[in-house]
Design a protein around this ligand. Structure first.
Ligand SMILES: C[S@@+](CC[C@H](N)C(=O)[O-])C[C@H]1O[C@@H](n2cnc3c(N)ncnc32)[C@H](O)[C@@H]1O
Length: 395
């Protein structure tokens, strides 16, 4: 089946996430990518896509006419060349007119633009969960129906409701934690994921919600306590959170299924393990099926650092990241994916100063997957320290 993804704020990262999970992905415009998958992908498991849609093999009118009895709510997003609010409105009204002529009752969601925003789609229930609340996406002569819309509220809920938070270690957005895990590839449910810089436990939390086993370590005793507290809270409130995230009851099923696209079944404390340890020397317990982490990012900064400050920060971060990857290399099996968010600092000219350790990493026995690319830099307006996402695999 052919799927369409409406890409997030940083399309190169969204595409990399889709590629890691589904193989070949074709970015067709700045905001859209298409890919094929055997199983229906789930938006709640993707951090980098705003909407997912499935190709309609028939004409849009024929598709709509086949919908079950009752009132249809219809929205049209037009991503075609030269599309505008007007072209999208003409399409939706044309469809409505013919459907009404055939005796169907239709409400059209008004277009404020050629494309319906994520918030408007969610607000009107056009998230693919109700068969008769439909958002169609037109891309030149192809039509897709939306099967999932990113639920911003669910992310906010599980980010802000966590009992232990610490602004100093930097707040890893849950969406980015999902991306780090997904960049490891299509992991089996039984996979045990290590975060050796677990901090307050956002990666561990998202790993658990995706149905995996989570293993976290951190040098700081306080962070270990925070992660424990947050994960204990998570397993207690998991059913509510999963429903909030997916809008559906928690699925039961085979936890070992290799699908990246199902909500987890019930959780208990055995789904996670947390210990205190220095990532440059610690001996982790087996198995380690994948490593996904946000490494040490240095001190928080509110202004572009002067050269001398940048140099010391870089040296400190580099020593920790190199020490960690060397220590890890001898403890993981060949083929194990390792995805690390490393720091990169904004310069006065708007470019970013990176850690520049890719050659050293290669010498340690890792394959660097995104070496030839521009790099996957995750940053937000006004942020000085960006996250440079590095995708590795042990030789
Ligand atoms: C940027 S924070 C990670 C935040 C985390 N992603 C979260 O969800 O809160 C980096 C973490 O690395 C830890 N750290 C720094 N040096 C370390 C080392 N050598 N070994 C293990 N952890 C270390 C810090 O205590 C901090 O919690």
């Amino acid at each position: 089946m052919k799927y369409l993804a409406v890409l997030g704020r940083q399309p190169e990262i969204s595409v990399a996430e889709l590629e890691a999970l589904f193989g070949e992905v074709k970015q067709i415009t700045g905001k859209l990518a298409v890919f094929r998958a055997d199983k229906k992908p789930e938006i709640d498991r993707l951090g980098g896509s705003l909407k997912l849609a499935e190709l309609i093999e028939v004409k849009p009118l024929d598709y709509l006419r086949e919908l079950a009895e009752g009132k249809i709510t219809l929205g049209v997003s037009d991503f075609s060349r030269g599309a505008s609010k007007k072209t999208a409105t003409i399409e939706s009204l044309k469809l409505k007119k013919i459907l009404v002529r055939h005796g169907r009752s239709v409400r059209v969601v008004e277009n404020k633009d050629a494309v319906i925003s994520t918030a408007t789609s969610l607000h009107n229930g056009l998230s693919g969960k109700n068969e008769r609340k439909v958002e169609l996406i037109k891309v030149n002569d192809e039509w897709y129906k939306v099967i999932g819309v990113q639920d911003i509220d669910a992310y906010t809920k599980r980010d802000q409701a966590r009992p232990a938070r610490d602004a100093k270690v930097g707040m890893l957005p849950p969406k980015l934690a999902q991306i780090l895990i997904n960049l490891c590839g299509d992991l089996p449910r039984s996979a045990r994921i290590l975060d050796p810089f677990c901090g307050t436990g956002v990666v561990l939390q998202e790993a658990i919600l995706m149905g995996h086993q989570a293993y976290g370590t951190d040098i700081n005793e306080r962070m270990v306590e925070y992660s424990e507290k947050n994960l204990e809270w998570l397993v207690k409130s998991e059913s509510t959170l999963s429903r909030a995230a997916s809008g559906q009851p928690v699925a039961t099923g085979d936890r070992r299924s290799s699908s990246p696209c199902q909500a987890p079944d019930s959780l208990d404390k055995s789904t996670f393990q947390i210990s205190q340890g220095d990532a440059t020397t610690f001996q982790w317990t087996e198995p380690i099926d994948a490593v996904a982490c946000e490494g040490y990012l240095g001190r928080p900064m509110s202004a572009v650092p002067v050269e001398i400050k940048l140099k010391t920060e870089k040296q400190e971060c580099k020593a920790i990241m190199v020490g960690f990857l060397k220590n890890l290399a001898s403890q993981i099996k060949s083929g194990t994916p390792v995805v690390v968010a490393m720091p990169a600092w904004l310069r006065e000219d708007g470019s970013y100063s990176r850690l520049e350790i890719l050659d050293e990493i290669t010498d340690m026995g890792y394959n660097v997957y995104n070496k030839s690319r521009e790099g996957l830099l995750y940053h937000r307006e006004g942020q000085i320290v960006a996250r440079d996402l590095i995708i590795l695999r042990k030789d």
